[in-house]
Every structure is written in C-alpha cells, then in structure tokens.
Design a protein around this ligand. Sequence first.
Ligand code: IMP
Ligand code: MG
Length: 175
Amino acid sequence: MPPTIRTLFDEGRIAARTREMAEEIAAADPRDLLAVAVLKGSFMFAADLLRAMHGAGLTPQVEFVHLSSYGAGTESSGRVTVVRDIDSDVAGRAVLLVDDILESGRTLAFARDLLLGRGARRVLVAVMLEKPGKRAVPMDAEFVGFTCPDLFVVGYGMDAAHRFRQLPFIGVVEG
Ligand code: IMP
Ligand code: MG
C-alpha cells in the first residue's frame, strides 16, 4: 500500500502564493540580483519562484548551493556542511537565498553568513514555509510563503529519507 499523504498546501495555493511572493520581491527593488537556490529541498520552489520572478519583471542570475544538515533522518544534526558550492563571485552583489523551509534557522544562517563573509552587499531570504517557534539561531526570512504547523512535512521538493520530493503539493505522511 502506498503511504497516505494528507495535503496541507495544494498546488493551486502554492502557485498563487508563489506569484505573490515574486511581486513582493520585485517591490523590494533588488538590482543586480543573484538568486541562490539551496539544494536539495528548494529545487521545485526555486523553479516556480524564478519563473514567477520573470513574470514580475525581474532578471536574476541563478546559482545553486547544496547544503546538508539532516542526514537521512528527520532530526537536524545541527551541523551544516557545503556539499557543493556556488561558482559565482558574490562580492558586492544582492543575493536572494531561496529555500524550502525555515525551521531551526541553522541552514539559512550558515548560508547567509557564508555569503556576507564573501562580501555580498545584501542577503535576502525567500522560503516557501516557516515553522514558528523552532529557531535555534536568530534567523528571519524577508519573504515567507506560508506558516507551517509543527509537523514534519513532505512534498514540493521536501523529503523524508529521500522520498516524496516529487509531490506537487505539501503534506504530511500519515502511514
Ligand atoms: P533548519 O536548518 O532547521 O532551518 O532546516 C533546514 C532544512 O531542514 C530545510 O531546508 C529542509 O531541507 C529540512 N527540513 C526542516 N523541516 C523539514 C520538514 O518538516 N520536512 C522536510 N524537511 C525539513
Ligand atoms: Mg533544505
């Protein structure tokens, strides 16, 4: 029997909110923007957000950084490592970090500090989901899709032990 997934955010809601977020990003008037998608979890959101950003009149350059903090389980190990770095020089650039979910904040705080340490002029953060009350380090995102209940969610790029990333919606595994 395939597992049952209870939908929390369906495709239509995600698409509508992603378009709004692109307009919010455009309103922040980020010139010379470099979008950096944090792999693996952000791949689907980043693809949709970047297309929506084009629709909102933005012309970002696009990069990818692969960070790892979770291993195969559902508990963060607390230690963030760079699996694959970006190729671009970020000195003087406005960077938009794009990630799936902001939870402890360790991943995005690490990424932000890495880029600021390399001389990025400004680091903005866009996440599809934010889990409130879970921060282990100070970290905020300027652009948040939805507030996420305190549940381990999957789909729309997010996995449980490398499964469920392909789902076009966000949900919870119910067995
Ligand atoms: P943080 O470092 O604790 O903020 O979380 C960073 C990463 O953990 C996110 O980018 C996700 O890849 C992963 N993560 C956190 N919560 C969840 C969840 O509920 N489902 C799937 N992945 C999660
Ligand atoms: Mg991630």
